[in-house]
Ligand binder design. Structure first.
Ligand code: DPP
Ligand code: ZN
Length: 876
């Protein structure tokens, strides 16, 4: 269990220009023959060649056609080592694998009768012996043979070359991928699949065949994914000048999948949860998510496949950049402000919490025990924030020049984060040396802003200081290069023109300040009309925590007048946090107020007044901060206090503004046919939020509305919102509604997941027992990661009160189940385990319970590397 270190990177000893793979598919005994050509790498070191291989029986090994004598190689548990092989040779490896027994879902496995693969990051070594590192790029030629009736569809990357029938009811297909690729992008699918077909004409006039495969029962739910793909292809041409490069693009949806989806070259494999969308079975969130993930994987064709990572430490090179690209895409397709707020909520709720805990790591980690543990919010979402900051610092046009230069230099290569930032530096002429610290230092910088207004000079000085708290292994941090997009809002509510001391004239009403020192001063002059309120960090221009010492009046001013959606929303969140945290304090001190601070009610009333301007934005403005976000702002997370404060606030907001909620509910209820367009989604989001507050008020009228909506809903968004309120507020028909919902949807696995998840998230004391009981439900299965996450994941990550029950039942339940799962699927197990990682933030009693469970995990014999790393780091 020794870590792998970034500093130990060495170029591969050999290159593998070509590989031929031959699969004879049988569920329990698939024969794999690989023929690889090797050429000594002029940049490589050492005489040995290491080929990784796991979970397979090695049947034969020949070098240039002759069996390899024992003194020329040795076999270890997870690899074979060729001792001093020739400078050029061909190696043939024959092995047998057992896809049916592959419960880890890495390598070749079977999902509901369909053979499929997942190779990123290190699954290819479970298929054949190979160097299996992303800087080894080969051309693939793949022959697949299988039973014709069980597997009429045989797919791999690239182009179909040939196919034919064989005796005994079997058949074969041959595929060739002209683009050299790392092994993690290899894919194979074989099964009985239905197909949706379409076509896309690239801007240079090439026709690309699009094929989307799924089980026949699901194909009717694939149209939205296919339409999304075409939007993504067009967008990448328009916005990035990037065109698709093969004549065929295929997507296959499977039930059992560890990730959301996978960007294999020309053959993306998707979790059904990120593919299927139909109004009656999918929520608006699902529709948006499918569009986003389809785009994300498609965008990887350039940022990931054409230019890939040199090693797995560079994961954010492709993921941060591709997440940023999918964020831009979603913003362009829908409302940029609302999209940005959603992304910020995720960063703050999840990534900031990660950064503040024992598993904190830089977006480019410098060591790992199991790379599977690093597909994190930090590598992905904070990685995207880092690309966004480059975009902010350089501006759209120069950023595009940097992107173009990156592809010009590195197309077809496996590169590092330095290579990317260097292209940006060279395209812009800027020194990005200090900026690189975002890649190596973990932790969330904290910015403190002091303001001084000099009425005589009509000058406002902002003194901005930065400080980043220590993270494991990094006690001292150097200052970051932080872009702060900002403006100044005058007393009259209008934006002021911005002139910094030393400048001859004002330049616009918005600019980007660059903070590079531990503390810096910025003085704005020429501010007639009194002291303005600074609007800082517009668009959340950097992943930092900002304290500007705003008064309540200033927050209200920003909420009312700022031009930036993020700042307006954030001002509201600060106001709400202040009120809620005060309630938590009261609760802890034994005073339990029964009324809510007027300031919050008034702020909500104003937002409701303006809700018609932009219903989706209003729904964000009218949502309270999450318990995760509130918890992060406390020394010790007060589970009962948070619960008390949120309950009280919801109920009182519901009661005090009853009429306004009712009006918003009615104004945003669409008569007529269901529509999935952005405006309709926006109205539904506000309508269902209004319904929630009406239900929280717990009066007859609200409950009646919930009941009616549940009975009449013609779409899953409305149906699920109502069902959630019925169960959350404990309405009498709770049990019956859950039962009827299950009965109606038991044949739709993704809907059944919602049913499990909803019950796992009900924040009451009975949650651990309820979850345990649901694990015995006939529909619960360990073999489907979506189902496990729906029940256990929702419970551990989204149920503050239930999971953290004082007697430790939640912790015990999670640990018992994770240990069971760890033997099947370590990747999914380890992910769940991270819920225990934040133990230091709780009271002593809970701390000791959580720590004991983590110690139990570490002491378990046969524990996976994945779970060992998470548990041991959590305890450190
Ligand atoms: N499939 C995962 C993603 O696209 C890993 N590459 O993020
Ligand atoms: Zn990705």
């Amino acid at each position: 269990r020794e870590p792998v270190y970034l500093k130990d990177y060495r170029p591969p000893a050999f290159l593998t220009p070509e590989i031929e793979l031959d699969f004879v598919l049988e569920p329990e005994a698939t024969l794999v023959t690989s023929r690889q050509t090797f050429r000594r790498n002029p940049k490589g070191e050492g005489r040995e060649l290491v080929l990784f291989g796991e979970n397979q029986d090695l049947l034969a090994l020949t070098l240039n056609g002759a069996p390899l004598p024992p003194e020329r190689w040795r076999k270890e548990s997870d690899r074979i080592v060729l001792l001093d092989p020739p400078d050029e040779f061909t190696l043939e490896v024959r092995s047998r694998i057992d896809p049916a027994a592959n419960t880890a879902l890495m390598g070749l496995y079977i999902s509901n009768g369909v053979f499929c693969t997942q190779c990123e990051p290190e699954g290819f070594r479970r298929i054949t012996y190979f160097q299996d590192r992303p800087d080894v790029m080969a051309r693939y030629r793949v022959r697949i043979e299988a039973d014709r009736s069980a597997c009429p569809v045989l797919l791999s990357n690239g182009n179909p070359i040939d196919r034919g029938d064989l005796p005994g009811g079997r058949h074969w297909a041959l595929w060739e991928d002209p683009f050299p690729k790392p092994s993690y992008l290899f894919a194979l699918v074989a099964g009985d699949l239905a197909c949706l077909e379409d076509e896309f004409t690239t801007r240079s006039g090439r026709k690309v065949q699009l094929r989307l495969y799924s089980e026949a029962a699901n194909i009717g739910q694939c149209h939205h994914a296919l339409a999304s793909l075409k939007k993504a292809m067009k967008w990448d041409e328009d916005r990035y000048g990037l065109e698709y490069d093969l004549d065929l693009f295929q997507i296959v949806a499977v039930n059992d999948f560890n990730f959301g989806a996978m960007e294999n070259k020309g053959l993306n494999i998707f979790n059904t949860s990120a593919t299927l969308a139909r109004a009656d079975t999918s929520t608006d969130f699902d529709f948006m998510n499918v569009e986003r993930v389809i785009a994300h994987e498609y965008f990887h064709n350039w940022t990931g496949d054409r230019v890939t990572c040199r090693d797995w430490f560079q994961l954010t090179l492709k993921e941060g950049l591709t997440v940023f690209r999918d964020q831009q895409f979603s913003a362009d397709m829908h409302s940029p402000g609302v999209k940005r707020i959603g992304d910020v909520v995720f960063i703050r709720d999840v990534q900031f919490a990660e950064d503040a805990g024992p598993l904190a790591h830089p977006i480019r980690p410098d060591r790992y025990i199991e790379i599977n543990n690093f597909y994190t919010a930090t590598v992905y979402q904070k990685g995207a924030e880092v690309i966004r900051m480059l975009h902010t610092l350089l501006g759209e046009e120069t950023y595009r020049k940097g992107i173009d230069l990156y592809f010009q230099r590195h197309d077809g290569q496996a590169v590092t984060c330095e290579d990317f930032v260097q292209a940006m530096a060279d395209a812009s002429g800027r020194d990005l040396g200090q900026f690189m610290r975002w890649y190596s230092q973990a932790g969330t910088p904290e910015l403190e802003v002091r303001r001084r207004f000099d009425p005589d000079r009509q000058a406002l000085t902002l003194e901005i200081a930065q400080r980043t708290p220590p993270t494991p292994g990094q006690e001292e941090k150097l200052p970051f290069h932080i872009p702060i997009r900002m403006g100044l809002i005058g007393r009259d509510g209008t934006p002021r023109r911005l002139q910094l001391e030393g400048e001859n004239e004002p330049k616009g009403t918005e600019r980007v300040l660059e903070l590079t020192e531990p503390a810096q001063r910025f003085t704005f002059i020429g501010l007639e009309g009194g002291e303005p309120v600074p609007s800082l960090l517009r668009g959340f221009s950097a992943p930092v925590k900002l304290d500007a010492g705003y008064s309540d009046d200033e927050l209200a001013h920003l909420m009312a007048h700022d031009t930036d959606d993020f700042v307006r929303w954030d001002a509201g969140q600060r106001l709400a946090s202040n009120v809620l945290l005060a309630l938590v304090g009261d609760h802890a001190a034994g005073r339990a107020p029964s009324t809510l601070d007027r300031r919050l009610i008034d702020a909500f009333a104003k937002s409701l007044d303006r809700a018609g301007e932009d219903p989706a934005f209003a729904a964000r403005m009218l949502s309270l901060p999450s318990s995760s976000y509130l918890g992060q702002q406390m020394q010790v997370i007060d589970v009962e206090g948070i619960r008390f404060a949120l309950d009280l606030a919801r109920r009182e907001l519901g009661r005090s503004l009853h009429g306004a909620w009712l009006a918003a509910y009615r104004a945003n209820t669409d008569e007529g046919p269901f529509s999935i367009d952005t405006a309709a989604i926006a109205r539904r989001s506000l309508k269902n939020l209004a319904l929630a507050y009406l239900a929280y008020a717990r009066d007859e009228e609200g409950q009646a509305l919930v009941r009616t909506q549940y009975a009449r809903a013609d779409n899953m968004t409305d149906c699920l919102s109502a069902l959630r309120l019925i169960t959350e507020t404990g309405m009498p028909e709770s049990e019956a509604a859950l039962a009827s919902f299950y009965e109606k949807w038991e044949k739709e696995p993704l809907v059944v997941n919602k049913w499990f998840s909803l019950q796992a998230m009900i924040e009451d004391e009975a949650a651990p027992e309820r979850v345990e009981h649901l694990m015995a439900h006939p529909a619960f299965t360990w073999s489907n990661p979506n189902r496990v996450r729906a029940l256990l994941g929702s419970f551990a990550m989204m149920n503050l009160v239930g999971f953290h029950r004082r007697d430790g039942a939640g912790y015990r339940l999670l640990t018992d189940k994770v240990l069971e799962l760890d033997r099947r699927n370590p990747q999914v197990a380890a992910r769940l385990l991270s819920a225990l990682g934040r133990w230091r933030r709780f009271d002593e009693h809970r701390q000791s319970l959580m720590r004991a469970e983590l110690e139990r995990v570490v002491a378990t014999p046969g524990l996976s590397r994945d779970s060992y790393e998470i548990a041991s780091k959590s305890l450190a």
